[in-house]
Design a protein around this ligand. Structure first.
Ligand code: HOZ
Length: 423
């Protein structure tokens, strides 16, 4: 029963657009209502009707330690007791910056902001300021938050709601956004050949995780690095999802590619609203007040958020990422076999602590292929799994997340639920 969620949703719709504060969670395209959550602990999430679910959304990525980890909770509680916000520097932001710089050799300096959207928006401003160029090259189906220049052929909620272009974003703003298919180096070469001197930056999710989960083809990321070098453009890795998830050092550690700038969100805040962008000091020193490129925020470096992020990263440093990846891969492989045995077309992608089912028979290497996967089967899969106590992302353009709190029992129970599906 979802009676209380339904009541709250109806009340929410009166005062909040669509009844939600971010679109995908509305569960519209899977013909469901959003669950209103009362609490969460470890790998489990409980709604206001008292139903508990194994959670593979994990707040869309941040909760890699599981919900309400005792050390993170303690750090936040203690910080709250010292005041929620100062609008002045605090020690934890220095310590968190140090952890980030230590974790990623490409990041010599970092600026804290409040969300992934702010991080990518600010990184692009920096790239434009540093190069004196305006154009940015992004990939179709990649999502970099909701700042104007990135709302062109974007993934995540933009793809879920099939919004081709958003009213409110002037055509002139996206005119400087160049688009290429993900994993298509030839298309990138063509764009550089025609417009190289105008391209400030290439921004990429090194593992695309807002069009389902689409890993980079061998040589793709290195090819981007080489092209950016050849044309003196900056390479921005959007590691909002992959940072501290694919590996502690993110996708750049995993693939051995050094971007010029990196954006963070989600895990870096341990569940509180934090984003960050960083990179080579020579670029970062251009940020105000050291430099001339303006970017600011009243709540940036917020003491509660810094405490949560710091506690999270300190624990993560001791975690066995390889083991979690192996367990996730085994789980995803078994899920694929079970779904295959039901006669539906299926490919379950997995990398690191992420997985994603595509109901298709074809190889999925870009957004075109993603859109050809069967959304009707996905909706049935989502609804039936939810009814059996498994909480998945309610859109085929999102990625399943696992955490260090997920037990083998969680995976086994999820697979048992999948065995009973009628698709
Ligand atoms: N953009 C996030 C998913 N990649 C958040 C979705 C939501 O909360 O609606």
């Amino acid at each position: 029963m979802e009676t209380t969620s339904l009541r709250l949703f109806e009340a929410a719709r009166k005062h909040i657009p669509g009844g939600v504060n971010s679109p995908v969670r509305a569960c519209r395209n899977v013909d469901s209502i959003p669950l209103f959550i009362r609490s969460a602990k470890g790998s489990s999430i409980t709604d206001v009707d008292g139903n508990s679910y194994i959670d593979y959304v994990l707040s869309w990525g941040p909760m890699i330690l599981g919900h309400a980890h005792p050390e993170v909770t303690r750090a936040v509680t203690e910080a709250a007791g010292r005041g929620a916000s100062y609008g002045a520097p605090c020690e934890d932001e220095v310590l968190l910056a140090q952890e980030v710089v230590d974790a990623l050799p490409s990041v010599e300096m970092v600026r804290m902001v409040n969300s992934g959207t702010e991080a990518t928006m600010s990184a692009l401003r920096l790239a434009r300021g540093v190069t004196g160029r305006n154009k940015v090259l992004k990939f179709i189906g990649c999502y970099h938050g909701h700042a104007d220049p990135f709302l062109a052929a974007a993934g995540s909620g933009v793809a879920t709601l099939s919004i081709p272009g958003t009213p409110g974003v002037p055509a002139a703003v996206v005119a400087d956004t160049l688009l290429a298919p993900y994993n298509d180096l030839e298309a990138v070469k063509t764009l550089f050949a025609a417009q190289g001197p105008d391209i400030a930056a290439v921004i990429v999710e090194p593992v695309a995780a807002n069009m389902g989960l689409v890993p980079p083809q061998p040589g793709f990321l290195q090819g981007l690095r080489d092209l950016c070098d050849a044309h003196k453009s900056l390479l921005i890795f959007d590691e909002v999802i992959t940072g501290f998830r694919l590996a502690y050092g993110g996708a750049q550690a995993r693939f051995g590619i050094t971007p010029d700038l990196t954006t963070f969100g989600k895990i870096i805040g341990g569940g509180l609203p934090v984003g960050a962008y960083g990179g080579k000091a020579i670029y970062m020193r251009r940020i105000a007040p050291e430099g001339d490129i303006y970017q600011a925020g009243t709540l940036s470096g917020n003491p509660l958020a810094m405490a949560a992020g710091l506690a999270t990263l300190r624990i993560l440093k001791t975690c066995d990422y390889a083991a979690l990846e192996q367990r996730t891969a085994r789980f995803a492989g078994e899920l694929e076999s079970i779904l295959k045995s039901k006669g539906v077309p299926i490919r379950v992608h997995t990398l690191g602590a992420m997985f994603c089912p595509f109901f298709t028979d074809e190889a999925v290497t870009n957004f075109e292929a993603v859109t050809r996967a069967d959304t009707k089967i996905f909706a049935d899969f989502y609804k039936q799994m939810r009814a059996k106590g498994v909480y998945l992302a309610p859109a085929p353009f999102e990625t399943g997340m696992t955490s260090f709190a997920h037990t083998d029992r969680d995976f086994a129970a999820t697979l048992d639920a999948a065995r009973t599906l009628e698709l």
